[in-house]
Design a protein around this ligand. Structure first.
Ligand code: CA
Ligand code: CA
Length: 989
């Protein structure tokens, strides 16, 4: 009770002004309360994990409605709740605070007056906002009304219960308190256009209405309803022109006139719910608005291969086919293009007539996919493939020359195959020439050359089209007939009414369980900025960044663009950082491991670091990501220890071993103990030569693998030797005395020149790029730089419950160097030609990399001058683990002060998209500060406090609660489920 009074005082105090400077003066004693300008950008996600959401804004409006299986961040429904107080002048107001200034000017089409917005309706003068995830509270006050209003928005969030945390619904509870000394008569109303589909229908549901898209059976759509028994519904607003509908609707609300138009057969422009309320002096009443939705369809698919027909049926092509990027580099006016008529989905082969090999060279052009087993030009001699060539995953054909010396006098045949239905599952070819001159010009062959084929005719001439041999067809292996995203809730529920029924039957218990989580999490005594950073980023789990496909498997984007996710497929190197899901919903997280190891990995151990949608066998046509793949091995260890499920580990173990062996073979083929061959990573480029970042991942992965092998009694000796070497190499060769660096190297490796290695967006086709390569080596390295992620593998090891094998003093020295060189209190003098809006001007932040010792490359890795919140938390967390509390918390405050509501949304940290997954590294700070980690394999609770006594939230596979350390003694309070602790392991005791 005391706490509540204190809260009211704070609310009152904070109502006077904005709250930005609070952190400057030290710790807050509780969660931040936003008011004034700090309400500007607040948008708090309410919905279900993988089920869609809307945002509750700082002033109480809803926005960013994204319920149709994709982000839709500019989707602002024309909808408002209102209160009418009888007999009071100016007694009708929308239940929202003032409209943030930024919304009224400078937005898209902002010059047109925004007639499709509710901004012109009178609303409350004073507003404050406070969040305790997953609950948010908006408080409204106005001198015109004898009422205090609170809006509590929430949706179920119950760690370990992913189904009930993933329901397609959210709630707004409007609480009214009569502050006068006499009874007041009021009418609450909720008023909405059909914001789902203006051409759709509005149908009744109990206590409300549903907005139904055109051409559906009425059991899809979005329902808004109250369980107030006196509710009266208007199912059809005035049907007219201009602003007629919204004007008449408001007139009724304003006049306190309850209308009850019946449902109509055709299009209804909008609907209202009216709830009359009589409030005695001091009395509080609540109207609960439930928002439930059901949208089972989407057209989302990524990377999926589906054989749709036979290739080469339509003859030669004139160049670029429909849905194909521009094809170039062919000669004459036609070429062979297996994408033509059917796209990647068609498969087949085509063979030339036999020809006598009577010249030294075969020259030709080839483009398209790069998998020679699937899409290729082959030379057959005696029925055997003796030469093969493919594209480089570009639509530009490139010249090839084959030396035929060994086959002189024999009969040859060209075979062009397209056995792949995957993206880049096509081949381009043109201009096959036999010549004795290796320098022969393809465009103007000399008279001595023989043009075997130029594809300048429409048909294939004497070439023969054949079907693809069944066993060679490369496809995703989807067998359930579902080729696009269907949300998991649509598997659980048959329609919208089923969602509503479930919700009505379970709401009370789900709210109670959700409150158990909130109360356990926020009863923590850990620093408030740390709790704020963790809780605010749990919003990511409710955002459109997260999906869950029809069979329940987790799948996510990296972040959210305006109307589509940003970068698909639970990207291993980004989700490496994310530590909330494996602790809060461990069973769901494990499905991501299963996808990585059992679906996305081929026999060679190559992991495609982005999962298809729907999850299915991906193409293996690009580098694996070194950090992502090595991190996955540590994550497998982590998820095993969290679950205690050794059978699960056994199932994955062969693939884990294949993965590690692939990493060794690919990036450390000489087994020196470092990741040195060109290695793709989370900066979307390849590092050349050993570096601290990826080699520290290597160290951690080896450590994890050895421990898993030992537990399963499998041999691990070679890996132990490698680990020893690797640690030694990091400690001696990659440490410059102060921090870990990269030894950039591009010669003496197995990899060919940087000009010939596959790369994402890096090429040297222009002379200036080639010149730079000759002068400095490959673009996009960090060399002598101080990289914030420079020893991240050891952070990863710690959060996965592994020891850090590297020299501890050096690791601490690295972290202190990062703090010393890369932290900017103010970016006023910082330059950034990359992506500047994550942090700029007078904001502070942690730079990804700096070069305090000089030798900054002309073009270091492409994001080096940026600020990413996920890395700020990674470094903060690692600093906290090492006892550098002030530094760690300082970093957290620098970051969170950018997300103060004035200029950014506190519940949406960005980096290549909104609600960017990397920011879930924040969750690791719980463990960093307290060392609290439950190991379900040995049923031990580990504690290693850096801050003396504390109370913290703890979540395990089977339940959650709080752990209190009092005078060095642990006390566990289970709030939900159970936690079987047989042993405490308390550091320094
Ligand atoms: Ca194909
Ligand atoms: Ca041609």
């Amino acid at each position: 009770m005391k706490q509540k009074i204190y809260l009211l005082q704070i609310l009152f105090f904070l109502a006077l002004g904005s709250t930005t400077q609070l952190y400057a003066s030290g710790y807050l004693s509780m969660q931040r309360v936003y008011s004034g300008d700090s309400l500007n950008y607040i948008a708090f996600p309410i919905g279900g994990m993988g089920a869609g959401m809307f945002c509750l804004e700082g002033n109480g409006a809803i926005a960013q409605l994204s319920v149709r299986n994709h982000p839709d961040l500019w989707n602002t429904p024309y909808a408002y709740a209102a209160i009418h107080v009888q007999g009071v002048p100016n007694g009708t107001k929308v239940l929202e605070g003032q409209v943030p200034q930024w919304k009224t000017f400078g937005v898209t089409q902002g010059g047109m007056g925004q007639g499709d917005r509710t901004y012109g309706l009178p609303r409350f003068r004073q507003t404050s906002f406070q969040a305790q995830f997953p609950f948010a509270t908006v408080a409204l006050k106005d001198e015109d009304l004898p009422l205090e209003v609170k809006i509590v928005g929430w949706s179920p969030f119950i760690p370990t219960d992913q189904d009930n945390s993933g329901l397609p619904l959210g709630v707004l509870e409007y609480q009214f308190t009569n502050t006068s000394n006499k009874a007041v008569q009021t009418i609450f109303s909720y008023n909405a256009k059909n914001f789902i589909d203006a051409r759709g229908r509005i149908l009744p549901v109990k206590g409300g209405f549903k907005l139904v898209p055109e051409q559906t059976n009425g059991d899809e759509g979005l329902a808004v309803y109250t369980d107030h028994h006196t509710a009266v519904m208007d199912y059809c607003w005035f049907r007219g022109d201009w602003f007629d509908a919204q004007s008449v609707a408001w007139n009724n609300v304003y006049a306190g006139k309850i209308t009850s138009n019946p449902m109509v057969q055709g299009i209804a422009p909008g609907a209202s719910i009216f709830v009359p309320l009589t409030l005695q002096p001091g009395e509080t009443q609540t109207v609960r608005l439930n928002f439930c939705w059901y949208f089972p369809h989407s057209d989302l698919s990524r990377g999926v291969s589906r054989v749709t027909g036979a290739a080469f049926q339509a003859g030669t092509s004139t160049g670029t086919a429909p849905y194909q990027n521009a094809v170039s580099g062919f000669l004459g006016s036609r070429l062979l293009n297996s994408f033509y008529r059917g796209g990647d989905g068609v498969v087949g082969e085509i063979v030339s007539p036999e020809f006598k090999i009577n010249k030294r060279y075969l020259k030709f052009l080839v483009g398209g996919g790069n998998q020679t087993a699937q899409t290729a030009v082959n030379l057959l001699v005696d029925g055997k493939v003796v030469n093969t060539a493919a594209g480089m995953c570009t639509e530009t054909l490139a010249p090839h020359t084959w030396d035929l010396k060994a086959f002189q006098g024999k009969v040859g045949q060209l075979q062009i195959i397209d056995f792949s239905a995957y993206p880049w599952g096509h081949i381009l070819a043109d201009q096959f020439i036999l010549t004795d001159n290796a320098q022969e010009t393809l465009s103007q062959p000399s008279p001595d050359a023989v043009v075997l084929e130029d594809f300048e005719h429409e048909g294939w001439g004497e070439w023969a089209v054949k079907p693809c041999p069944k066993e060679r067809v490369e496809a995703s292996g989807i067998t359930d007939g579902i080729y696009t995203y269907k949300p998991y809730y649509a598997t659980l529920f048959g329609g919208l009414q089923a969602v509503i029924d479930y919700w009505d039957n379970n709401r009370t218990q789900l709210k109670a369980k959700t409150e158990l989580f909130r109360d356990a999490f926020f009863s923590s005594t850990l620093p408030p900025e740390l709790l704020e950073a963790i809780a605010a980023n749990l919003s990511i789990l409710k955002s459109p960044t997260v999906l869950r496909q029809h069979d329940g498997r987790f799948w996510a984007w990296e972040g959210s663009e305006d109307v589509i996710g940003s970068c698909h497929g639970t990207c291993t190197h980004v989700w490496n950082y994310a530590q909330a899901l494996p602790h809060l919903f461990p069973a769901m997280e494990r499905t991501a491991r299963e996808t990585e190891f059992l679906v996305n990995q081929n026999k060679a151990g190559h992991q495609t670091f982005r999962a298809n949608m729907p999850i299915s066998r991906p193409a293996h046509d690009f580098h694996a990501a070194a950090d992502g793949q090595l991190g996955g091995i540590m994550k497998a260890y982590r998820d095993w220890r969290i679950s205690g499920d050794t059978e699960w580990l056994k199932k994955l173990y062969p693939a884990i071993k294949a993965s590690l062996d692939y990493c060794i073979r690919t990036w450390d083929p000489r087994q020196k103990g470092c990741i040195e061959e060109p290695h793709h990573n989370t900066y979307d480029i390849e590092f050349w030569g050993a570096d601290g970042m990826c080699t520290s991942f290597y160290v951690g992965a080896l450590e994890a693998f050895i421990r898993m092998s030992d537990a399963l009694h499998r041999p691990s000796t070679p890996y132990r030797k490698l680990l020893k070497k690797s640690v030694e190499l990091m400690n001696t060769q990659l440490f410059n005395g102060e921090y870990y660096i990269q030894k950039t190297q591009w010669t003496g490796l197995r990899a060919k020149s940087p000009t010939e290695v596959l790369s994402f967006g890096s090429n040297y086709s222009n002379p200036e790029a080639l010149q730079l390569l000759q002068a400095e080596g490959p673009k996009y390295q960090y060399g002598t730089g101080c990289l914030s992620d420079g020893v991240i593998g050891m952070w990863m090891a710690s959060v996965c419950g592994l020891p850090e094998p590297l020299n501890q003093a050096q690791t601490l020295s690295h972290l202190n160097a990062v703090y010393k060189y890369n932290v900017r209190e103010d970016l006023y003098r910082h330059y950034n030609t990359q992506r500047p809006s994550y942090a700029l001007g007078h904001e502070g932040g942690l730079l990804l990399c700096t070069w305090p010792k000089g030798k900054k490359p002309t073009l270091p890795f492409v994001y080096s001058n940026e600020v990413w919140t996920g890395i700020e938390y990674q470094v903060a967390s690692h600093l906290l683990m090492k006892g550098e509390i002030d530094k760690g918390l300082k970093l957290v405050r620098l970051c969170r002060n950018r997300y103060n509501g004035i200029s950014r949304n506190p519940f949406d940290e960005i980096e290549c998209g909104h609600w960017y997954a990397r920011a879930l590294s924040s969750y690791s700070m719980l463990q960093a500060l307290t060392g609290v980690r439950y190991d379900a394999v040995d049923k031990t609770l580990y504690i290693d406090s850096k801050i003396g006594d504390f109370t913290t939230f703890i979540c395990t596979e089977t339940g959650f609660g709080t752990l209190t350390m009092k005078q060095g003694k642990p006390q566990l309070n289970i709030a939900y489920g159970q936690i079987d602790i047989q042993k405490y392991n308390i550091k320094n005791q």
